[in-house]
Ligand binder design. Structure first.
Ligand SMILES: Nc1ncnc2c1ncn2[C@@H]1O[C@H](COP(=O)(O)OP(=O)(O)OP(=O)(O)O)[C@@H](O)[C@H]1O
Length: 255
């Protein structure tokens, strides 16, 4: 379960060589929500809405300026290690160690999470089978296709069997078959009682998979609820129209 209370985050940027100009980006402005176990929560918003920033804060990769986050009851500031044990993150970078094989990449992360060698090997093998990676499992990651990299990164995020799973644009760059496999995996995770949160700027993707949807725009939650809640809130009878109305712009949603 994820509990977020009034989380805010800004970034400072400096431009110009001769005359340095400082500016500030308010990436998140007092965002609050709860994401439950056994549900898929979609984080929907156009480019630059604050989705990646929010997921990175939830995963403890960057710190919020203010507000609080609890993962399965553990405060990410005060009980960071306990919170991170419950978390699997598929981040935006998906960097793999190029000289290690897919299996070694997965096992290495399992060991970083504190799994003993044998359990790390067993869990890695289970995920390799579940994700249909047997043919690439023992090849070095260097030269992997986008889909192969994605599968390895997903296995790595799930290898310690986390209760809460954060996926940043998990189908980005995947072909139709790989996208369907990813959707199946997300549904299986929900079925087994996990709390799954994933970000997307594609309305169709979120509508197809999510029990609850959080729409963010300009660093703020502009609407939240089940798909039928969103229809009721917007007064529309099509989800696509509801999203546009709640967001106040069509920008970036249908890319
Ligand atoms: N390290 C950073 N330094 C400066 N600004 C940043 C930084 N990270 C994010 N931002 C800014 O914060 C805002 C939110 O960015 P974020 O990456 O969270 O959006 P997003 O919803 O994930 O967008 P996209 O769909 O385009 O990936 C943007 O205006 C972005 O430029």
């Amino acid at each position: 379960m994820i509990e977020v209370i009034k989380v805010a985050k800004h970034f400072e940027t400096v431009t110009g060589r001769l005359r340095r100009v400082k500016s500030q980006v308010e990436a998140l402005k007092e965002v609050s929500f709860t994401a439950a176990d056994g549900e898929v929560t979609g984080l929907l918003g156009p480019n630059g809405a604050g989705k990646t920033t929010l997921l990175r804060i939830l995963a403890g990769v960057i710190r919020a300026d203010s507000g609080s986050v609890r993962i399965d009851g553990h405060d990410i500031e005060r009980e960071g290690a306990a919170a991170r044990r419950q978390l699997g993150l598929l981040g935006d970078a998906k960097g793999l160690y190029p000289r290690l094989s897919a299996r070694e990449n997965i096992e290495y992360f399992a060991k970083l999470q504190g799994l003993p060698d044998q359990l790390a090997a067993e869990r890695s093998q289970q995920l390799i089978e579940r994700l249909g990676m047997s043919k690439i499992a023992d090849r070095p990651a260097l030269g992997f296709s986008q889909g192969e990299r994605m599968k390895t990164a997903v296995a790595r995020a799930l290898v310690h069997d986390p209760q809460t799973i954060l996926l940043d644009e998990p189908t980005n760059g995947l072909d139709i078959l790989a996208t369907r496999a990813m959707r199946g995996l997300i549904q299986d995770l929900r079925q087994s009682g996990k709390c799954v949160m994933f970000s997307s700027h594609l309305m169709q993707e979120v509508a197809a998979l999510c029990d609850r949807i959080l729409i963010i725009h300009g660093g703020q939650v502009v609407a939240a609820g089940t798909p039928s809640d969103l229809l009721a809130q917007s007064g529309c009878d099509q989800l696509e129209d509801a999203f546009v109305k709640l967001l106040g712009t069509e920008e970036g949603l249908f890319g």
